[in-house]
Design a protein around this ligand. Structure first.
Ligand SMILES: *Cc1c(COP(=O)(O)O)cnc(C)c1O
Length: 235
């Protein structure tokens, strides 16, 4: 086994262990947390090692890189997640490759995804990105605008809304990240009260290498981890 293979396998094992510990700490025994391995820093060779180690859910933040890697690795049973901003003019090209889009941040984008999915007779799984940190540079719906949108979103036949996603504040450390994650969970809990039956808000995609354990403690069901998987292996 090469050093690279061993290091990546070791990193994955460690992340899984920490996920498990966070699940236990938060009294969520028995719940499965989905690990999306974010591959934006690495190439096909490292990605193949992830797959060998059992990581089949992979994330990319740039559509073009996702297309390129998905084509290069089309022999593998990867489930691709788009976790970064998607422009409407890239929807058609992106749709065939992805199993879930985490970063849906406007009604116009949802309409574009619905139309594109209809053309290929699919229902696309999406998450609504919410700007819980309030940072102006961040994408996402404002927390108080989602409620009014839900009944309109329920009318789309070719998107399947599965939950919410957020990015923690860049500044402020773990306490601020925890506040942002708790805000997403609280928003989800409030929205569930009047949620149309077509819409499911079970998934909370939150937490990255620096804060995924805190995110799990605050209710994350999906964590998006890049750097921690490749530490000591690349770069
Ligand atoms: C890069 C990225 C991640 C992973 O970040 P790491 O800190 O490398 O774990 C998660 N989510 C999004 C949206 C990203 O762009």
């Amino acid at each position: 086994m090469s050093n690279l293979t061993a290091k990546i396998a070791e990193n994955i094992a460690l992340v899984h262990e920490r996920i498990k510990a966070a699940v236990m700490r938060s009294g969520r025994q028995g719940e499965e947390i989905k690990l999306v391995a974010v591959t934006k820093y690495v190439g096909a060779e490292e990605i193949r090692l992830l797959i060998q180690a059992g990581c089949l859910d992979l994330g990319e933040s740039r559509p073009q890189q996702l297309w390129q890697k998905a084509e290069e690795l089309s022999d593998l049973p990867i489930r691709w997640h788009l976790v970064g901003h998607l422009q409407r003019n890239k929807v058609n090209r992106t749709l065939p490759f992805v199993s879930m889009i985490h970063s849906v941040d406007s009604l116009r984008l949802i309409k574009a995804i619905d139309e594109a999915a209809a053309k290929v007779s699919r229902r696309m799984m999406i998450l609504l990105e919410v700007n819980t940190s309030g940072e102006p540079a961040k994408n996402g719906f404002q927390p108080d605008e989602v409620d009014l949108l839900l009944s309109e979103l329920a009318t789309f036949q070719h998107v399947e809304i599965r939950g919410l996603m957020c990015m923690a504040s860049l500044e402020g450390g773990l306490d601020v990240a925890r506040r942002d994650f708790a805000a997403l969970r609280n928003l989800r809990d409030r929205l569930k009260v009047n949620c149309p039956p077509e819409i499911h808000l079970d998934e909370l995609s939150m937490g990255m290498s620096g804060d995924y354990e805190v995110a799990i403690e605050e209710g994350a069901t999906i964590v998006r981890v890049g750097t921690a998987l490749f530490e000591g292996a690349v770069g």
